[in-house]
Design a protein around this ligand. Sequence first.
Ligand code: UZR
Ligand code: MG
Length: 212
Amino acid sequence: MNSQQCVIIGIAGASASGKSLIAQTIFEELKRDLGTDQIGVINEDAYYRDQSHMTMEDRVKTNYDHPKALDHQLLAEHLKQLKKGEQVNIPCYSYKEHTRMTKTLDMQPKKVIILEGILLLTDPKLRELMDASVFMDTPLDICFLRRLTRDVAERGRTMESVISQYKATVRPMFLQFIEPSKQHADIIVPRGGKNRIATDILKARIQHLLAR
Ligand code: UZR
Ligand code: MG
């Protein structure tokens, strides 16, 4: 029997659309069957470019919703290494400092990798590495409300800064890059990360890929 070494599932969609939630749910539920060391989640946010050489003033001006803000090259290399059974060092990103931290997170190869992030499906080299792809199609007003609450509570922002960033980059870049990338998804999930049927379908697909 030809069992696949590493199944990679990509989950994309707007900021605060429920990507992390559905990824976390699948992770928690599958790790009971597979074992904690056989499934992992990689967040595209970890691959925001290192900006330690820039002043804080300039870091704030970066457009974090544009594909070029992300080091997709490094992410693709890491995925290829994991597929080959090699260990990788995942960067750690600080939303407060707007740059990479010096520490990295060691990840051992796994049977299943869940990849989640806003711009994953815009990049052909990442799409090629995925065994299945998902787009979280949550209404934008719901995403905005969630983002406002989350970024103030968890990412050290003020309400005013979240609103101005939303108008300046988050919304325009969603319309320019993220929304059109939906065409590349295998599955489109309405409502958000609590969609139980979508979660079950994805889990079943992963189990099927593992059993091949
Ligand atoms: P999720 N982001 C920041 O606000 N600051 C940074 O230093 C790095 C990223 C935001 C980014 C994007 N954009 O909307 C969001 N802006 O993080 C993606 N503006 O993360 O998918 O978890 O919401
Ligand atoms: Mg998230």
